[in-house]
Design a protein around this ligand. Structure first.
Ligand code: SF4
Length: 114
């Protein structure tokens, strides 16, 4: 049994969940390999849609007036060993919840029982 596995049962439930999430995220980083940008959409003005599709981005319509542009490019801070600024990563990275993200096909946290 690893040291982490021995310590996890001793933590409070909230701290245990944070620790498990952190461990899973540090093995995964799938959410660091794409960026999804919500973009206003006017169905009578399709230039934005044409522009993003012409650039090769995947575009998902979520509502009549909202597009999600999916940019499948690794974050500049992602290395083969993980995030090089993990301790100081942006707040959005810290609060991100892969369990709620329909765009990330693989999320270890999402697959866990947390
Ligand atoms: S800053 Fe770090 S945690 Fe945030 S997307 Fe980039 S590699 Fe991932």
């Amino acid at each position: 049994m690893t040291t982490t596995a021995k310590l996890i049962p001793l933590l409070k439930r909230e701290d245990r969940e944070k620790k498990l999430r952190s461990d899973l995220c540090l093995k995964c980083f799938e959410c660091c390999k794409l960026t999804v940008i919500p973009t206003a959409y006017d169905k009578d003005n399709k230039e934005a849609l044409e522009f993003y599709e012409a650039k090769g981005f995947k575009v998902v319509k979520f509502a009549a007036d909202l597009l999600h542009v999916v940019i499948a490019i690794d974050c500049a801070n992602l290395t083969p060993f993980g995030c090089k600024i993990y301790a100081n990563r942006p707040k959005w990275c810290k609060i991100y919840d892969g369990r709620l993200d329909p765009f990330v096909p693989v999320c270890l946290w999402n697959k866990s029982a947390v």
